[in-house]
Design a protein around this ligand. Structure first.
Ligand code: IPM
Ligand code: MG
Length: 368
């Protein structure tokens, strides 16, 4: 059997630094667990634009379609702010999501006990928090037509279109219900059926999928604005939240912040199963490219490391090894190690990006 394949796209800003730590972890699995991955690396985002004049070269797109999993760092940065919209770094990421048809974006918001005091909310509101946001990722207002800036009379008008087909809603709803069955067995669906027809259809289809095939899962519906409010008020009421592309973008940033640090959260973007039964998949940290700290050794590699843990679980059928890696991260935090983003008032000296990576590898060693 050939080794499973991973395409690494470190991208821009802190992407390459955090990815270097993930490489240490991947190497560890090869040496210590006999899990050898066939790893290749390529460009995405601003660095791809610099090299090829496009944020995602066709060859890279082709490679992404072939591998078992793509690991992405981050894209974007001020250097590229003035580029034409069509070649902005973000377009590279959006093309990957769209052409790989990664419709189900899993964004866990989990509060590590050692970090509960870093949340802007009170400890008892967030301690033990474990939510999964399932964001629809390949449709909605991000991709709907018509879109553009048009002349209308003597002024311009900017247009984007929220558009969802029944089958698009159906498949992401199913992925949320399936996931809920392996967790707390509860799904809350969020839209704005009070003002948007696409929201009315969303609610109807989610309810139908539930009634036909997932009656064992508890389902509720909430308007997305009320959902944002409830997330801040009492986030532990949620298990799985399923929502559209734009609401999911906003709600997942809010949920991430509840946990104390955006630098901690991974994500998985999953598509339909390939011939080998594995879903098409791309894994990336929720944080961005953080150009202000790029190259300073301050970046927190944990979100990217945990994204690889999600790959172990969802692409490589190694839930046990994913848990080992998550436990290693938890141990390092419990031991008091902190990157600069996690420092409170207590004057602990921060460790660098690579020291954090080394500590995680040492904790993996200790787990054997
Ligand atoms: C995210 C980001 C992206 C999005 C950007 C970088 C295109 O904010 O993954 O949440 O809006 O989806
Ligand atoms: Mg976002």
């Amino acid at each position: 059997m050939t080794n499973p394949s991973i395409l690494i796209l470190p991208g821009d800003g802190i992407g390459p630094e955090v990815m270097a730590e993930v490489r240490k972890v991947i190497d560890w699995y090869g040496v210590k667990r006999d899990m050898v991955f066939n790893v290749t690396e390529d460009l995405v985002g601003g660095v791809a634009y610099d090299a090829h004049g496009t944020p995602l070269h066709d060859d890279t797109m082709e490679k992404a379609q072939q591998v078992d999993a793509v690991l992405l760092g981050a894209v974007g940065g001020p250097k590229y702010d003035d580029l034409d919209f069509s070649v902005k770094p973000e377009r590279g990421l959006l093309r990957l999501r769209k052409e790989m048809d990664l419709f189900s974006n899993l964004r866990p918001a989990q509060c590590f006990d050692a970090l509960a005091d870093f949340s802007s909310l009170k400890r008892d509101v967030v301690a033990g928090l474990d939510i999964m946001i399932v964001r629809e990722l390949t449709s909605g207002i991000y991709f709907g037509e018509p879109r553009g800036i048009f002349e209308e009379g003597n002024e311009r008008v900017g247009i984007n279109t929220q558009r969802y087909t029944e089958s698009e809603i159906d498949r992401v709803a199913r992925s949320a219900f399936e996931l809920a069955r392996r967790r707390g067995n509860k799904v809350c669906s969020m839209e704005k059926a009070n003002v948007m027809e696409s929201g009315i259809l969303w609610r109807e289809v989610v309810q139908k999928v539930h009634d036909e095939d997932y009656q064992d899962v508890e389902l509720s519906h909430m308007y997305a604005d009320a959902g944002a409010m409830q997330l801040c008020r009492w986030p532990k009421q949620f298990d799985v939240i399923v929502t559209d592309n734009l609401f999911g973008d906003l709600l997942s940033d809010a949920a991430a912040m509840l946990t104390g640090s955006l630098g901690m959260l991974p994500s998985a973007s999953l598509g339909a199963p390939m011939a080998n039964g594995r879903p098409k998949a791309l894994y990336e940290p929720v944080h961005g490219s953080a150009p202000d700290i790029a190259g300073t050794g301050k970046a927190n590699p944990i979100a990217c490391v945990l994204s690889f843990a999600m790959a172990l679980r969802y692409s490589f059928d190694h839930g046990d090894e994913a848990t080992r890696l998550e436990d290693a991260v938890e141990k390092v935090l419990a031991d008091g190690l902190r990157t600069a983003d996690l420092l409170g008032e207590d004057g602990v000296n921060p460790v660098s990006t690579s020291q954090m990576g080394d500590a995680i590898v040492a904790a993996l060693d200790a787990s054997l």
